[in-house]
Design a protein around this ligand. Sequence first.
Ligand SMILES: [Zn+2]
Length: 72
Amino acid sequence: MEVEGLSSFLAHKHYVETCVICENLKPKGIHLYTSFICTECENDLIQTDTNDPKYKYFLKQLRKITNPEIFS
Ligand SMILES: [Zn+2]
């Protein structure tokens, strides 16, 4: 049956999503609000010191998620 064939196809499909931090298509990660953060960026974010310039970049990227209307 065609429907069964389609559902098993979908179950095995690996979805890739665009990570909001690195802006690359990644298959694994977490969802924050409506956005997606890949596993690598999530780990990076956790390990980055708040004094690190990279942290500011993360915050800038994350601001797109938390304040989409105050985009500057
Ligand atoms: Zn990423």
